[in-house]
Design a protein around this ligand. Structure first.
Ligand code: GUN
Length: 281
């Protein structure tokens, strides 16, 4: 039976660590959270991030803009936040309404305030092993592996999904930790032949019960990054938890696994940004 990795408890520990460091900074850090439109899931995420800030002693500046916000209005706000010395981090909640170009908006954020680690400069720095910030979800997964003393070096790691936000940076962090990494995706043929070899399997697909027990090696570590809703509206991951739990050595639940860690790592990035802006290390 697998050990269940407690993301909620570890996130609380990370946030307590951040709060302790924030408390002794000369200036209180600030996060600008920009939400455009009425996406209900985004509203929940944004509220969660503002609550995390409060817990860590970080100021949050909410900018809730109407659905009809124009490209220029949003760019003007980002430029203003880039200049604002009270703002250490800028988070533009995705997805944006369809008339706005997410790539353009992300590129407009000053890289040294890009606490999501989405800007091409930060993705580039990460890829050469000189990160300014770490991408929150993959960093959360790495922190969980560290906390549970799960070795990555030399291990076969399989990442399901190749998104810019999770799959690709996850593969990068695992590679930098000396894992031997394979990225699988929707076009991968004979998927199970890869997953069955994985010592560490990270799933970021977005499909309920996508990872079944026959796809998992005995004793594997299974990290479930997805946040899906099943037919009855219940929050669940990609992994058929009940079946895989009896085969894996470690497993993350959904909810209470990677999700809270993603939020905690955002607070960690805020602290990094604040230190950077206050010329501290
Ligand atoms: N939408 C879903 N996850 C995220 C995230 O981590 N950051 C931002 N900005 N938007 C998101």
């Amino acid at each position: 039976m697998a050990i269940k990795i407690d993301g909620k408890a570890l996130a609380a520990k990370v946030k307590a660590r951040v709060a302790a460091e924030v408390a002794v900074l000369p200036r209180r850090p600030g996060l600008a959270v920009v939400l455009v439109g009425e996406d209900p899931a985004s509203k929940v995420y944004v509220n969660g991030k503002e609550k995390d800030c409060a817990e860590c002693g970080i100021r949050s500046f909410g900018h809730k803009l109407p659905e009809e916000t124009t490209r220029q209005e949003l760019l003007d706000l980002v430029h203003q936040l880039n200049q604002d010395p009270e703002v250490d981090g800028i988070l533009v909640q995705l997805p944006l309404p369809r008339h706005l170009d997410e790539k353009e908006i992300i590129r407009a954020i000053a890289p040294e305030k890009d606490v999501d680690c989405f800007h091409p400069v930060n993705v580039g720095l990460l890829s050469i092993g000189e990160p300014m910030f770490l991408p929150c979800t993959p960093a959360g997964v790495m922190e969980m592996l560290r906390e549970y003393h799960i070795p990555v070096s030399g291990k076969r790691c399989v990442v399901l999904g190749r998104s810019n936000i999770v799959g690709k940076p996850m593969a990068m962090l695992l590679t930098q930790a000396n894992g031997t990494v394979t990225i699988c995706h929707s076009k991968t043929e004979e998927l199970a032949s890869y997953t069955c070899q994985a010592d560490i399997l990270v799933s970021a697909v977005g499909k309920t019960n996508f990872v079944t027990a026959d796809m998992v090696k005995d004793g594997a570590v299974v990290m479930d990054v997805a946040m899906n809703r099943n037919e009855s509206g219940k929050l669940c991951g990609d992994v058929d938890f009940a079946a895989v739990e009896s085969k894996a050595s470690y497993i993350t639940p959904v909810p209470g696994g990677v999700g809270p860690m993603t939020r905690a790592m955002l607070m960690q990035n805020l602290l990094t940004a604040a230190k950077l802006h206050q010329n501290l290390k």
